[in-house]
Design a protein around this ligand. Structure first.
Ligand code: NCD
Ligand code: ZN
Ligand code: ZN
Length: 351
């Protein structure tokens, strides 16, 4: 039976989060339950201090995540390696053999939070990238240039023109995820590329343009990288996410930073969405008249791209508006989620 346009309940296979920051220590313990409540698996980003550059470090981080899970939680962290100019091909082979590392991440040096040790050029990382292609790992990309003369709003588009197009051409068998795409150009590039190229899309880039962040006052909790773009780009992303095209899938990029680090003269980049991420995606899909496409985006496409089986278990969203807390505890500090103090129209049923 086709889904009504505005159902009161929505049942979907348990979703996965294909781009997530969990941090470490008390911060990890504070944010992990929110993700584990909703998502069955997540690709855990490696931009810790120091970054996760070896399989040994990824294994130790994975063990800390498992140890921080609430009792009874069934959640599988899928680990990523942080690529540097010096990542050896052997490390990639070891990553593949580990079974728990599924991707390697390129942060252009200086592009975003904890990216100082990232790659200074894709050419320098070529031995590792060739090994990723050979061993069938996934290359995960923060797709922005860092050149001082490129405007922050153009950095993704310029990355596509200068770097991504060549990377895709030179590595026809390389599986690439362009993370957190924010522009029409990125959506078009991914759509036109082969089946080996896919993209994640965050809830904030589906719901808000830069006006939401800047009109009437600056809202630091909406500041993330790549930065929110103009409305035409938001619409292109909604069209891509709701198209049913399996190249586009859910990746929250939930990126926790303490309140004081966001509400600061030089605030950190990253939106905290874990406690309400699926609910926010449901709003975006409903507003686009595409709730029937949410399950593909949230629970099927990413698993297929990573070569994993979707979950058999189901989760239920109910139309039951609730007020998002103004803040959550975050170790000794607090953290402000997206939509803090505002209403969200969907709620995940306890399961
Ligand atoms: C992320 C973070 O805080 O780790 N921040 C962000 O604005 N997205 C890093 C990233 O994914 O680029
Ligand atoms: Zn990023
Ligand atoms: Zn991220």
């Amino acid at each position: 039976m086709p889904l009504p346009a505005h159902p009161d309940r929505l049942v979907l296979r348990r979703p996965d989060d294909w781009h997530l920051h969990l941090r470490d220590g008390p911060a990890l313990a504070a944010v992990l339950p929110a993700t584990a409540k909703t998502f069955g698996r997540a690709i855990v980003m490696p931009n810790l201090r120091p970054p996760v550059v070896t399989v040994g470090a990824a294994g130790a981080y994975r063990a800390r995540i498992l140890a921080a899970l609430p009792p009874g939680a069934r959640f599988e962290p899928l680990m990523t390696l942080y690529l540097t100019d010096h990542t050896a091909a052997d490390e990639i082979a070891r990553a593949r053999a580990s079974g728990f590392v599924v991707a390697a991440k390129v942060y252009p040096a200086g592009a975003t939070t904890n990216s100082d040790s990232g790659v200074t050029s894709l050419d320098r990382a070529e031995p590792a990238i060739a090994a990723i292609e050979k061993h069938g790992l996934v290359l995960s990309l923060h797709g922005e240039v860092t050149d001082a003369d490129v405007d922050i709003y153009d950095r993704e588009r310029v990355f596509i023109d200068r770097s991504l197009a060549r990377l895709v051409r030179d590595h026809p068998a390389l599986r690439i995820v362009v993370e957190h795409i924010t522009t029409r150009e990125a959506a078009q590039f991914v759509e036109a590329a082969g089946a080996n190229v896919a993209a994640t899309i965050t809830p904030q880039h589906l719901l808000w343009s830069r006006n939401a962040m800047l009109v009437g006052g600056v809202r630091p909790h909406l500041y993330c990288l790549p930065i929110l773009k103009r409305e035409a780009h938001r619409r292109a992303l909604v069209a891509a996410a709701t198209s049913g095209n399996p190249k586009f899938f859910l990746g929250t990029d939930s990126a926790p930073h303490a309140r004081h680090a966001k509400e600061h003269a030089c605030g950190c980049a990253g939106c905290y969405s874990a406690p309400l991420a699926l609910e926010l995606y449901a709003e975006a899909f409903e507003d686009a008249g595409a709730l029937d496409r949410l399950e593909g985006f949230a629970s099927l496409h990413g698993a297929r791209f990573y070569g994993l089986a979707p979950h058999e278990e189901r989760v239920t969203l109910v139309r039951e508006p609730w007020t998002v807390p103004a803040e959550y505890a975050y170790g000794a500090e607090t953290i402000v989620p997206l939509r803090a103090g505002e209403t969200v129209r969907w709620r995940l049923a306890a399961g």
